[in-house]
Design a protein around this ligand. Structure first.
Ligand SMILES: Nc1ncnc2c1ncn2[C@@H]1O[C@H](COP(=O)(O)OP(=O)(O)OP(=O)(O)O)[C@@H](O)[C@H]1O
Ligand SMILES: [Mg+2]
Length: 401
């Protein structure tokens, strides 16, 4: 029986071209909208190629969560190693996540084992390890770029290592400089806890990653979708819908998870492409959405207009509708419920309130000379579920539709 399940799954055509490319640790071939940061890094580290082992660089990268700090720095590490190889210079880069390796000892072991795999795990002090690394680099004529990611975890735990790494060989004249550093932190203020000399070293070169704009989020997700899904599986309109959700907090990681989940839901439903409902379901699956309280406090009239919006989106299977399109189903619902319809301006206010309450998104689209058109969408909740909830609440308020 279970063999058949696997057989069926294996024979089922997939909508994914390569789902591993949606993995958050995957490093893609290009990084849209991070060229500026990559070229800044390249300028700072150029000296490692022009004057090998004469200078060591220490750089701090900062910026909000999920905006590509880790992926950009890793991508840069690969570029640097490749460029060095072409010039017959030995450079390695080592990525250490300080949230996982929370002590100097663990960080040092991680570094040394990445350049010397057979190194024993125990029996040395961090200071010993530093010397061993230094010796190893000298005998192998190697320069290493250490990326200390989520460095803030180490700053509060163990400042000595950061001090040692940033100051290593700084006091010696004419000695090869073989260790460079890139520290990554979300909030730059955390480095204020460091001693003055380390602080001044790190503050000399800070690269601030800006948040992505809505359009940039769209481009990035479109690119990641293109390399992961088969052709025509996901429309631009739906990528825009996902971008709208992601832009609420700007974390691309959330967008990648949403793409993957929506793809899996579509496959489960035996669909050949991803629908807006798949995205709603995936999104709902990911965040607990506490709309219930907001809905319970709404007046019946406001609930009816919301229900009309949901019904129109659902029955027409559209992703976006206009204000005017909601009026017809709204008038029918009012008639069924025996309620007097509200004025246009009151209904328009309802829409603005839904928007504030994050129940709907309103997109303004420029339309010729006649001005702008408001397009309404509901990406957060599956429409069927949303309809049921609103109907139940209306019922509990004694409104029969
Ligand atoms: N410009 C981009 N192009 C393609 N993918 C991107 C881009 N920016 C970010 N990503 C992807 O988004 C996800 C989050 O990026 P990353 O892990 O680099 O964030 P971060 O800034 O390090 O966040 P945190 O502070 O939470 O560690 C990764 O899977 C990454 O591959
Ligand atoms: Mg990161």
């Amino acid at each position: 029986m279970s063999v058949d399940i696997f057989e069926n799954l294996l024979n089922k055509p997939s909508i994914f071209k390569d789902e591993r490319k949606l993995d958050i640790n995957f490093i893609p071939d290009t990084l849209p909208h991070r060229n500026k940061e990559l070229s800044l890094l390249s300028q700072l580290f150029l000296t490692l190629l022009t004057n090998p082992n004469e200078i060591s660089r220490k750089v701090l990268v900062t910026g909000r969560t999920g905006i590509g700090k880790t992926v950009t720095v890793k991508f840069f590490g690969n570029l640097l190693v490749k460029a060095a190889k072409k010039k017959d210079i030995s450079i390695s880069y080592i990525h250490v996540n300080c949230r996982k390796e929370r002590t100097s000892y663990k960080v040092m072991i991680k570094i040394i084992r990445s350049i010397n795999k057979s190194f024993p795990k125990r029996g040395y002090s961090p200071q010993d390890l530093l010397e061993i690394i230094d010796d190893f680099l000298n005998t192998h004529n190697l320069h290493i770029l250490i990326i200390l990611d989520e460095l803030n975890y180490l700053i509060n735990n163990d400042n000595d290592l950061i001090y040692s790494l940033t100051r290593l060989n700084d006091d010696s004249y004419n000695v090869p400089q073989r260790i460079s550093l890139i520290g990554i932190v979300r909030d730059v203020s955390c480095i204020n806890n460091l001693d003055n000399s380390t602080l001044s070293t790190l503050q000399r070169n800070i690269i601030r990653f800006e948040n992505y704009t809505n359009e940039q989020i769209f481009d990035i997700l479109k690119y990641r979708a293109e390399i992961s899904f088969k052709k025509n599986v996901l429309s631009d309109e739906l990528i825009e819908m996902i971008s709208d959700i992601v832009s609420l907090n700007g974390d691309i990681r959330y967008g990648l998870n949403l793409l993957w989940k929506a793809g899996k839901i579509a496959e489960n439903k035996n669909l050949k492409l991803i629908s807006s409902e798949c995205i709603r379901l995936a999104n709902q699956d990911m965040v607990p959405f506490s709309t219930l309280d907001i809905l319970k406090d709404m007046t019946s009239q406001k609930l009816i207009f919301l229900l009309a919006t949901i019904l129109h989106l659902k029955t027409n299977n559209e992703n976006r509708i206009t204000f005017l399109e909601i009026l017809k189903p709204y008038l029918i619902l009012c008639e069924n419920a025996g309620l007097r319809p509200r004025s246009y301006s009151q209904l328009w206010n309802y829409l603005q309130e839904y928007k504030k309450e994050k129940l709907i998104y309103v997109k303004l689209q420029s339309k010729s000379i006649r001005g702008r058109k408001a397009l309404i969408e509901i990406p957060d909740i599956p429409l069927l579920k949303f309809e049921r909830i609103v109907r139940d609440i209306l019922n509990s308020k004694g409104v029969k539709i």
